[in-house]
Write a protein that binds this ligand. Structure first.
Ligand code: PMP
Length: 360
């Protein structure tokens, strides 16, 4: 009799699923969530939006989430309309749908690791070959590097992340232009952290017009403190958006999710003040780490990648013993830290002081 492993698709055998540790630690700065709970006044608005849907839950939701897409388009600006926007359960599902429709068996997606660890996993799940072009020595990406990699591999899709996870840095506009110019297929810019960028003009949204193969993905998980609601979206050419309907599950986005997201979007300005506070705490971490002699690049995200650690795994463990959970992303000498509240940042910096004193 064959075991379950033998019945599994061959390309999935022996593989491990995505798994950021979810440990019960007082200060959790490891998954790039928004550190702040939803403020009471925002929660009240979201509850009102959701409450209006409850009696109608006997019916399926709007399959095409039109009202939500209108709100998302209005939030994004840049002349975008609901036709340019598509929404799903987190930008993970958006990326998966892109791979289902434009990748798949016999097709290739090109990525530049270290970057978002789910990209190769989403490729694997959709039986799309993932090719890692790597990065320059300091983990940056320039236009020549990107152009050469695309020319060499001729992928069906290119995934770029800006600001990049785990390095925290946004891409220059020239990199996106170079990628688009060199690619034959889709160029997807994963902008999950766009609202935290130092330069708000660094988004690729302004490049969409006239570039029909360019896609910008976004999420409410980070800037809107809405990770638990699972809402991600993209902006692209309306014809490309229409093709995604071929692979989406019918009614994939529940009425409750759609309503909750619309409630959060109605409070965009209110939530922005918390984004500003997180950017402040992020910059405080950068400054402080530099003062300790640890190299760290300026960040455009709600996290920073700290370098200069002789034994990153040991430092990670020792920081955890101090009650602070950060992320060992497997890069030699480096650890990733999500920006938290003022108090969480203080606890983090104290923990680093204690640990580095013991283990310089
Ligand atoms: N893209 C990047 C670069 C991310 O870091 C994350 C979350 N960690 C996501 C996409 C997925 O976010 P979500 O599915 O919650 O929208």
């Amino acid at each position: 009799m064959s075991g379950i492993e033998d019945l599994l698709r061959e390309d999935l055998r022996g593989k491990t699923p995505y798994g950021a540790p979810q440990l019960d630690v007082p200060v959790q700065l490891n998954t790039n969530e928004n550190a702040f709970a939803i403020p009471e006044d925002v929660a009240a608005v979201v509850a009102e939006f959701v409450g209006r849907e409850l009696r109608g839950l006997n019916r399926y939701p709007d399959r095409d989430a039109v009202a939500l897409r209108e709100d998302l388009a209005a939030y994004l600006g840049h002349g975008l309309t609901a036709d340019h926007v598509w929404a799903a359960n987190g930008s993970n599902e958006i990326l998966q749908q892109l791979l289902q429709a434009f990748g798949g068996p016999g097709r290739t997606v090109l990525g530049f690791m270290p970057s978002y660890s789910m990209h190769p996993l989403l490729a694997r799940g959709t039986a799309t070959a993932f090719v890692d072009a790597g990065r320059e020595d300091d983990y940056t990406l320039g236009p020549d590097f990107v152009r050469a990699a695309i020319t060499e591999h001729d992928p069906d899709l290119v995934f770029l992340v800006s600001p990049n996870n785990p390095t925290g840095t946004a891409l220059d506009r020239e990199v996106v232009e170079a990628a688009y110019g060199a690619a034959r297929g889709l160029v997807v810019i994963d902008e999950a952290y766009a609202e935290f960028a130092r330069d708000p003009g660094s988004t690729a949204l302004g490049l969409l017009e006239g570039r029909r193969r360019l896609v910008v993905t976004r999420t409410l998980s980070k800037a809107f403190a809405f990770a638990g609601a699972r809402v991600g979206y993209l902006a692209a050419d309306p014809e490309l958006v229409e093709k995604l309907l071929l692979v989406r599950l019918p009614y994939h986005l529940s009425s409750i999710t759609q309503a909750a997201a619309r409630g959060a979007l109605a409070c965009a300005a209110r939530l922005q003040s918390e984004v500003d506070e997180l950017k402040h705490q992020r910059d405080r971490i950068v400054k402080n780490m530099r003062a300790k002699g640890l190299p760290v690049a300026d960040s455009d995200a709600n996290f920073v990648l700290v370098g200069g650690l002789r034994d990153a795994a040991a430092v990670w463990r020792a920081i955890l013993d101090e009650g602070v959970l950060i992320r060992d992303v497997g890069l030699p000498g480096r650890l990733r830290i999500t920006a938290g509240s003022e108090e969480e940042t203080a606890a983090l910096l104290d923990a680093f002081d204690t640990v580095l004193e013991r283990r310089p």
